[in-house]
Design a protein around this ligand. Sequence first.
Ligand code: SAH
Ligand code: DHB
Ligand code: MG
Length: 220
Amino acid sequence: MGDDGFAAVDAYLDGLFGGDDPALAAALEHADAAGLPAINVSPNHGRLLQVLVLACGARRVLELGTLGGYSAIWMARALPPDGRLLSLERDPRFADVARGSIAGAGLADRVEIRVGRALDTLSDLERDDAGPFDMVFIDADKEPYAEYLQAVLRVSAPGTLIVADNVVRGGAVAAASDDPAVTGVQRFNAALAAESRVAGAVIQMVGAKGHDGMALAVVR
Ligand code: SAH
Ligand code: DHB
Ligand code: MG
């Protein structure tokens, strides 16, 4: 089965589970109209993130990499009414697009987007003792993923679920590479495997967006 078959299965699953509702579809339309790249998670993987928020009973979720707010909407919907999602985004224009879509989804009171480089914002969060978060979704630029892991651990506590997107990259992680995004996630995967403070695993995923994977780790 190749990419067409993977996309067909995603379409089948979207048919069963519902795929995008109007607010999620609108978020993708706004992002497209504003020229944002279509590198959001798929509907099926958004649904997985939602299940993970519920599985760990998260009240406080941190996201690195907002883009147009698509994954943020999936996760924020699984929060209890007093739950909060903080999403970090470098590009102020992307953050504005996301804020509009999140408000359109009725989630403006649950989601805050903070603009800046994620490593800087993470330092601020640590300094301000803003943690611990119950779940963290790492999905910003790939080169500093290993540094993101260390920074995220400083705003985590035992039981925090850390999820990281795009750690397989079409299988490119299995061979030597000079692509900085690939070497970035290779460094992340190695650091996760060696990190005694977490129990982690990486799973390969296929679907409408091809072959990639997510890391899942729980802080001991
Ligand atoms: N989570 C989103 C997709 C995120 S794409 C979704 O699934 O819907 C990656 C995002 O990370 C982009 O919006 C990009 O602008 C942002 N980004 C890249 N480098 C960053 C950095 N250093 N700090 C914060 N955000 C960054
Ligand atoms: C890229 C980033 C992502 O977060 C993603 O899900 C897919 C691709 C990228 O930068 O190429
Ligand atoms: Mg991603």
